[in-house]
Write a protein that binds this ligand. Sequence first.
Ligand SMILES: [Zn+2]
Ligand SMILES: [Zn+2]
Length: 166
Amino acid sequence: MDSSMIGKIEKAMFYAREPERIHFDKFVAVVQGDHKPHWVSYDHGHWTCDCKFFYGHGVCSHIMTLERILGSSVTPADVSYTMDSGIIGKIEKAIMYAQERERISFESFEASIQGDHKEHKVHYNQGVWSCDCSYFHSRGVCSHVMAFERLLMDAVETAEAIPVPA
Ligand SMILES: [Zn+2]
Ligand SMILES: [Zn+2]
């Protein structure tokens, strides 16, 4: 591994500790529920899920799971519900799901990350990453992509670095 790559890994660790640098515009993710997988989509603060509970309440355990994982990098679902026992059960489930990271996988997302000098756009689609920085263009990976890999862990596939020509 060359020294420039080591520098990028160090920077990614630093970025991942400052999640307020990261902002999601859109994503599609799958959360494995107790019985079957559910598709959650997010578009500039607007959440949807294909489960039944979502249609009655505007939120569900699957959305709450992603809210827990993504924290301040997304806008929470806009809901007006009464704290009934159904909702409390979903909150408990979301806490459990968020600890079982193998339940979650991202299909695609569009996001931005505040780098040292400027903001960079990072896209992900079915395992394929892109970033608008120059390092990514030459190496296929960069500190910005690695910061998302650290945040999302097993929910995304790892970007493949382009080897330095010998
Ligand atoms: Zn749901
Ligand atoms: Zn980058």
